[in-house]
Design a protein around this ligand. Sequence first.
Ligand SMILES: Cc1ncc(COP(=O)(O)O)c(C=O)c1O
Length: 376
Amino acid sequence: MKLKPFELERMQSENEHHVEFNLSESGVEPLKIRELLDTAELKEQLLDMQLGYSQTNGTVALREAISHYYPGSTADHIIATNGGIEANFLVSWWLFQEHPDKREFVFMVPNYMQIGGIWKNMGMNVKNFNLRMTEGKWAPDIEQLKSVVTKKTGAIAICNPNNPTGAIINSSDLKAIADIAADNDAWLVSDEIYRGAELQDEKAPSIHGIYDKTIITSSLSKAYGLPGLRLGWAVCSTEQVAKELWTYSDYTTICPSKISDWLATLALNPKVQAKIEERTREVVQTNWAIMKKWLDSHSDVLEYVAPSAAAICFIKQKTGIDSLELVIRLMKEKSVLISPGEHFEVPGYLRIGFGTEPDHLEPALARISELLNELS
Ligand SMILES: Cc1ncc(COP(=O)(O)O)c(C=O)c1O
């Protein structure tokens, strides 16, 4: 079967380096290496690093540093990967191989469409359940989830905080989702990559520790502003699952880059992590104010719900043309890249990333205004 492309990533890959303004990113402006290496000693350590292969599932130091953020887990519950995307891939492949008797998979939509896309490409029966807009908020449709999950369901995959809406699923909905998984003996996979990039002070709840068949995937790409390290992980509820996922990574990437493993360990040090998280929060809060002002100035054609986390806003557009067409015109006529709702199975919407520097964000939004004014 020919692989169906991952439309969101393909559009970004082909265009993000060719436009003047890229607002298709969902994370915050990336950090520089020198911001992590703030002492002469650390700089020397990096320069003296021998570029051999690293520990293939992540060094113990790195996995211990990750496990600190998941109380009760140890380095042995974790596998380090090349980005969150590899963690999602390994988990999807593992579920497919390990559960031949459970060929139905349930996927939250809208979402970062990777996991659902992998399962569909593997020939699985993928059923959606929706995050719906109710009372001005995006929330999971728990009744719908109950109706689609069966004893043949291998796993339910969610993304919390959610891409593309920036919504946070609250604890009681998470518990309800876990209960439905438990009633059907299904795995629960939660991509929590935007946790730590909340606009509010309170952290988004995690599924960690609420059910015994959970896998959490995450990375340093979003909340930490370090996508170029390509460093992610999966946290498994048992050591055995982490070990099994490791077997799958032997067939894909062998190991994370040694430099990235070392820099990631540094970034996850609680003192450094606290500083990075503060920076991220400041970026999302400051830039959201710019974004909100701009959105309000186009209230005739743009409708939005404020995101609770992540540097993205999912916007309903009423310009009279399809979102994909609007995005292509923006790219060609104004050299600005944003993402169409079609790439999240929600036509009629646009996802705009606002994590970049304000002096880049403001002129980019002004370019979008030009096209919106031409269309009105
Ligand atoms: C929800 C989600 N998961 C995973 C990824 C991939 O992240 P990484 O850069 O860590 O591979 C993304 C990237 O946008 C994402 O939005």
